[in-house]
Structures are given as structure tokens and as C-alpha cells.
Design a protein around this ligand. Sequence first.
Ligand SMILES: Nc1nc2c(c(=O)[nH]1)N=C([C@H](O)[C@H](O)COP(=O)(O)OP(=O)(O)OP(=O)(O)O)CN2
Length: 284
Amino acid sequence: MKPGDTVDLFVEQVTHIDCGVLDPDTGLDGRTWLVDARLSGTRDAHGMLFDFGPARRLLKRAIDERLDHRLLVPLRAPGLSRHGDDLRLTTTRGAHIDYAGPAEGVALLDAERIGPALLADWLTDRIAPLLPDNIDDLQLSLRAEAIDGAAYHYCHGLRSHDGNCQRMGHGHRCRLAIAVDGRDDPARARRWAEGWQGVFIGDRADLARRDADGRHHFDYVAPQGRFALTIDAGRCVLLDGPPTVENVAAHIADTLAAELPDRHLEVRAYEGVGKGAIVCRGPA
Ligand SMILES: Nc1nc2c(c(=O)[nH]1)N=C([C@H](O)[C@H](O)COP(=O)(O)OP(=O)(O)OP(=O)(O)O)CN2
């Protein structure tokens, strides 16, 4: 080992970003991206580039506070207009989405469209200057979880959550597994997931208005402030309770149980990566 040698350190899945994305074509998408980091530089007196513990903490915190549990807004998207905290996106398919919320619930990006490569560059520019002096390069990359089976994506907000899940318009991309009479039914899970590509899952109690133009208006005041979203009714799933993953799994299980009353059903719904809820219905 030569003292001045450069070395690269990598930290996979330093965090994951759960967010909503305003997209000029599809409107509102729920996204979960895993973040990997690679750092280059010279070793310190302890033979380390950067101790993994503090490195992970610094990177996770810096990434999460900028993007996690926010609605990501491409400021140069052709259909986007902005008046103070009020945003309107008119998609290329002619749908309107109106959103209002406190500044901490959104991330405004100087872009026409938001994707993982753009976010990786955006984060790297902001986080590289926070690293110790012996580190002279940072590369962040974002990737969606590899899901070979069914996957759905949605946005929501948990009005009474004491953390950032209260922010209406954040979202997740999630695995879904369904078993019927103890056997995996991937085709059924896929069919369900196909219907949930970019839905907004809301509590019926937060539905303030059904507009004459066929849109639903959700509105609530949470500890961080007032959040409001108006979106096509056809993109909404209404629950009789907060859109927690427990209630999402129960909604799927109840709907399937009405179609298959004599079968034992197990629904395993994820919220982002690595966590979720299991709900069973029907005879054991
Ligand atoms: N029992 C439940 N707990 C929580 C739910 C839920 O549905 N059921 N939902 C949330 C939030 O919606 C949220 O998006 C999850 O975020 P968070 O707790 O931050 O989870 P992370 O995996 O992202 O945690 P990190 O600490 O940021 O890694 C909260 N709780």
C-alpha cells in the first residue's frame, strides 16, 4: 500500500427514495429508487477512505432530506404552471393534476422530465461538497428494485403520520404477491398490479370534493401544513381509512374475497422495498 494511492469505496443501497413524480406523459407516478454510492480518494491515518458507519449516515441523511417522501416536480415540463405553492400539470394526454403543499413536501428540479440518471447527477452535485477532504470523487446511482413478478406503483399521504409520510403526493413502487388456497397466483397478482400503475390511494375522509369535470379533490391539514391534490377520479382508489399498507393489503384481499368467497386468499403487499403487510381472507 502506498500512502498516496487512490482507492474506491462502494456502499450499495445506502438508502432508498420513496417519492411521487410529476411526469409530463403519465401525470403522477409513485417511485422507489435504491441508491448506490461509490467514493474515490486517499486513505486516512486509519487506512480508511471513510468509515462505513458515518459514510452511510451522512449519505442517507443528505439524500433523504432532499428527495425522500417528496413530490418531485420537473419545473421545465411543457405542461407545468406554478403560482406560489400551487402547481398544475397538464399532461400530453390532456389530463390536469393540481397540487398544493408546503415547500418541504416537494423537490423542484430544473428539468423537463425526472428520471434516475438526472436525480443521480442532481444529488451528486449537492452531496459531494459535504464529504471529507480526502474524498475527491462521488458517484451516486439510482435504480429501481428488480421485481420479476407483479409490481404496482401509487402515491398517497398519511394525514396523521408524525413523520414525512404525512406528505400527500409521495409514493412507492412495490411488489405484490397473491396466494390462492396456499399456492402462489402470479397471474392474478399481475392482473391486479396492471390496474394500479400510477394510482392515487386516498382516505375517503380526505376527499373534500368530487368536481364536475370528473376529478377528485383531496385536501387535509397535517402537522407540516395543508396538502391538496386534484386528479382524475379514474386514477383514484378510495379506502375507508388511511392508506397504510395494512389497509391497502386488506382492500385487495376484500376485493378478491368478493370474487372468490370459497377460497383461502393471502395478499402480501409491499410498501416500497423490504416491508409491507399480509392479509388473509376466506376459509383456512
Ligand atoms: N405500519 C405501518 N407503518 C408505516 C406505514 C404503513 O403503511 N404501515 N407507512 C409509512 C409511510 O407511508 C412511509 O412511506 C414509509 O416510510 P418510512 O417509515 O420512512 O420507511 P423507510 O423504509 O423509507 O424508512 P427509512 O428509515 O427512511 O429507511 C410509515 N410507517
